[in-house]
Design a protein around this ligand. Structure first.
Ligand code: SAT
Ligand code: MN
Length: 587
């Protein structure tokens, strides 16, 4: 098969010449094709069927142990000018980037099939959606792309009609970490990834396209591609507000996106639009409208249980692909904190031995179609997206950041987003638990210079006065003995309610130098076992600590040099001056 688009056929030919596959296969996206992929992987030993009675249509894939997370140190943005990629990205000149990665692709698909995957990020009939074609030699990628994106014939028809698409070339290569590169050429709308079969490195529709390349496209076209979940919060009166929330990887975005309201908040409902990525477009009415470019979830498995995320727990009992979890002796998937069963074989396929560490890899994942989610919003398919009431940033911070606060303006909110920091997690290769700056939770995902990105964010404030309010949350505050101060999970709905109340003007707030904090009375804590001291700590700030924090943020922003928008410096200076005033009054 070929397409009706000569440029696409020519590119497939060119890639086939370089990589020399045995066969070329164009994916249709059909269910039969999906089951053929699963069968092929079962026969070559890369996929195992799990207990079909307890976990119907569920499969397990085990990665190479050296290939279990994104690899930021091997991820490059290749723009003509180094400064266009910015200090937030690893950079390589495009010529050198192509030369290096093409050398690795030479003959890489010998003995394998080259799969052509046309896909659409976003509902196929949405003007906000954007298309791509991924070429890969991995049936695991084909199967995962089927669950995660709208792929196949319908996407191809749109691509043929539009005539343009993001090009993504992927090969698992030989999985040698020395020969692994994840390259982005935003000016050419091109991605080339080799040497990894893992999630964000290989499912090119996800972080590579929908964030790195799309953020670049969005800047040129006047919208935002963000690392945000989208959730609908319906009140007992039937009014639904949509919230877009950016948290760094593995900080509970999937849990928040499909939160289960606690019994003490009867009548509230939650609807999931997306759990990882949001594309935000300004509407004619001046509001921001969001679509989720994905149509599936690639979520962290460990910690998922009936208490932390019952929706996810139920959703992964059928039609799911598990990656790097353990198995019980009955061939059910098992992971840390599953709260039932016992591991028998670990994620490396060895008999389980606690001396070898966790049974499931801490970054083990499930892949499921969004339609598996019992609270999937029907509006997730709406071509025009949903209007956003509030934008929420957050991080994992043991100390400092209160449970929630609201920025004083859009411009101040951009500073709040730019100042996001979080303790690192297992989603990326590297040290876990150290605080690092992760502006807008986009540090690993912004395809261009952060200074230009912040300027782009600021530009929305000049064009509309109906933008969502901007908030910051931190579910992860601990006391001196390391206990979490806030129960989190379903109880986070209480915080979302305050955010909605603030956005609709229903409640007042306590104005502080860093923003508006809840008056403790306005945060509904009925039925919560939370000590007054803890609540006070969660809803107040330490001026001295925040002075240090603002200094650190100032130094960080200054590292962007002349390109840093002046408006951010102005906002920073205002917060610093306010902190100083309050400190002076207190002493
Ligand atoms: O590996 S992925 O980038 O797909 C998942 C994540 O890090 O959020
Ligand atoms: Mn993510």
């Amino acid at each position: 098969m070929t397409s009706r688009l000569p440029a696409l056929n020519a590119w497939v030919d060119e890639v086939a010449q370089l990589t020399q596959p045995d066969n070329v296969y164009w994916c249709s996206g059909s269910d039969a094709e999906y089951s053929n992929m699963l069968k092929a992987m079962q026969s070559d030993g890369t996929l195992t069927e799990l207990n079909p009675d307890r976990y119907p249509n569920c499969y397990l894939h085990l990665s190479d142990p050296s290939d279990v997370a994104r690899v930021e140190h091997l991820t490059f943005v290749c723009t003509q000018e180094r400064d266009d990629a910015g200090p937030n990205n690893h950079w390589m000149a495009p010529d050198e980037g192509h030369a290096r990665v093409d050398a690795l692709f030479e003959g890489a698909m010998k003995g394998r099939t080259l799969y052509v995957i046309p896909y659409c990020m976003g509902p196929v009939d949405s003007p906000f959606a954007r298309c791509g074609v991924e070429i890969t030699d991995s049936p695991y990628v084909v199967a995962n792309m089927k669950l995660m994106t709208r792929m196949g014939d319908a996407a191809l028809a749109r691509i043929e009609h539009e005539g343009s698409f993001v090009k993504g070339l992927h090969s698992t290569g030989d999985l040698d970490p020395e020969k692994r590169l994840i390259m982005h050429f935003p000016e050419e709308l091109t991605i080339k990834s080799i040497g990894s079969g893992y999630g964000g490195n290989a499912l090119l529709g996800k972080k590579c396209h929908a964030l790195r390349i799309a953020s670049y496209q969005a800047r040129n076209e006047g919208w935002l591609a963000e690392h945000m979940l989208i959730v609908g919060v319906e009140s007992p009166e039937g009014e639904t507000h949509y919230i877009a929330c950016a948290l760094p990887s593995a900080c509970g975005k999937t849990n928040l996106a499909m939160l289960i309201p606690p019994e003490s908040l009867p009548g509230w409902k939650i609807w999931t639009l997306g759990d990882d990525i949001a594309w935000l477009h300004p509407g004619e009415d001046g509001r921001l409208y969001a679509i989720n470019p994905e149509s599936g979830y690639f979520g962290v498995v460990p910690g998922t249980n009936a208490k932390t995320n019952k929706n996810a727990f139920d959703m992964i009992t059928h039609d799911a692909i598990f990656t790097n979890v353990a198995r019980t002796k009955d061939n059910e998937p098992w992971w840390e904190d599953k709260k039932s069963g016992e591991p028998s074989i670990d994620w490396r396929g060895r008999p389980y031995d606690p001396d070898n560490g966790p049974a499931a890899h801490p970054n083990s994942r499930f892949t499921v179609a969004a339609s598996n989610n019992p609270v999937y919003s029907s509006l997730a398919e709406a071509p025009g997206g949903v209007p956003i009431t509030a934008i929420v940033f957050g991080g994992r911070r043991k100390e400092l950041a209160p449970l929630v606060y609201q920025a004083k303006s859009w411009q101040h909110g951009v500073l709040v987003g730019a100042g996001v920091a979080s303790e690192t997690t297992a989603a990326n290769v590297g040290e876990v638990g150290v605080v690092r700056r992760d502006p807008m939770a986009m540090k690993p995902f912004c395809g261009y210079n952060f200074a230009d990105y912040w300027a782009h964010w600021l530009s929305f404030g000049e064009k509309s006065d109906r933008l969502p309010g901007i908030f910051h949350v931190n579910w992860f505050r601990q006391d001196d003995s390391g206990r979490f101060l806030w129960p989190g999970f379903g109880e986070n709905l209480r915080v979302l309610r305050w955010i909605i109340d603030r956005s609709t003007g229903a409640v007042g707030a306590n104005e502080t130098p860093i923003g508006f904090l809840p008056n403790p009375d306005d945060l509904d804590t009925t039925g919560l076992d939370i000590e007054p001291d803890a609540l006070r700590a969660l809803t107040s700030i330490d001026i001295g600590q925040w002075q240090v924090e603002m200094d650190t943020i100032g130094d960080y922003l200054a590292s962007y040099g002349d390109r840093l928008p002046k408006a951010l410096e102005t906002e920073l200076a205002a917060v610093e001056a306010n902190l100083k005033d309050v400190a002076a009054k207190a002493s």
